[in-house]
Design a protein around this ligand. Structure first.
Ligand SMILES: [Zn+2]
Length: 257
């Protein structure tokens, strides 16, 4: 009798020990998988200079003094026309990564961007993050925005910039299928994102300090802060870069050089 009780006790004890071991192994495997996924996500998702599936265009490989000015999140009813006047004054062509919904709101402004010879790229339909979305959602968002841009008279939408820079896997896969360029940037000013900032030279200096031949600058024509500061900063950048001998190119133009 005593022996039987002892055997049951010993078996139960080793079973508990075994299940603890299995649980520990299971937790460890989950931790490793989570760490790998988190690493891939942090390594590839946000940085403008790397992506899975396709190489992002963040800089033109050249020693020539060329630079691309790109503007995201427009068109804006108030900012964009003023920006167009400024670009015209200095005979600068730029690339506008527009949001489809904003084009629908201000089609005449968007059309005048195209008619004045600037490039229009896609920046999604309504600036939703392109992560944790189905392939169908991403495809239809791209196609819908392209249709809206083409309605302005644009024959082909080659350049795409992801909202918030989020790209991960499915977006680059779809861009590759559609033969588009995933355009990011190598120059931005964190001071441009500060809504209370009214110091244009802080923005222009931050940008100018990073410029080198082939740089792609990102700015925003339609953020809810001070348009006067923004326009002044753009003017300071153009004047300084022209003085230094830089030439401004549109994104697709820069690729084909
Ligand atoms: Zn944006």
């Amino acid at each position: 009798m005593f022996e039987t009780i002892y055997l049951v006790y010993a078996f139960g004890n080793s079973a508990i020990k075994m299940s603890k071991k299995i649980l520990l192994i299971f937790v460890f495997i989950i931790f490793v998988i989570f760490s790998i996924v988190a690493f891939i996500f942090l390594y590839y998702n946000r940085p403008p200079y790397r992506s899975l599936i396709i190489d992002p265009l963040y800089h033109f490989e050249t020693q020539e003094k060329i630079v691309a000015l790109t503007f995201d999140d427009g068109p804006s009813e108030t900012w964009t026309p003023l920006l167009l006047d400024l670009l015209e004054k200095y005979e600068v062509k730029a690339t506008f990564f527009m949001i489809g919904e904003n084009i629908e709101k201000f089609p005449d402004v968007a059309k005048s961007v195209y008619e004045k010879g600037h490039e229009i790229g896609s920046h999604s339909y309504n600036h939703k993050r392109m992560i944790f979305k189905t392939p169908g959602f991403i495809r239809s968002d791209l196609e819908k925005t392209d249709r809206i841009i083409k309605d302005l008279g644009v024959s082909e939408v080659k350049s795409y910039r992801p909202p918030y820079g989020d790209k991960m896997i499915l977006l680059p896969l779809e861009l590759k299928k559609q033969g588009k360029t995933l355009v990011t940037f190598d120059v931005q000013a964190m001071s441009e994102y500060q809504r209370e900032n009214q110091d244009s030279s802080m923005i222009s200096r931050e940008i100018l300090d990073q410029i080198e031949p082939g740089s792609i600058i990102v700015m925003h024509d339609g953020r809810g802060y001070n348009s006067t500061t923004f326009l002044k900063a753009v003017e300071e950048i153009i004047v300084e870069l022209k003085t230094e001998g830089y030439r401004f190119v549109k994104v697709q133009e820069g690729i084909s050089l």
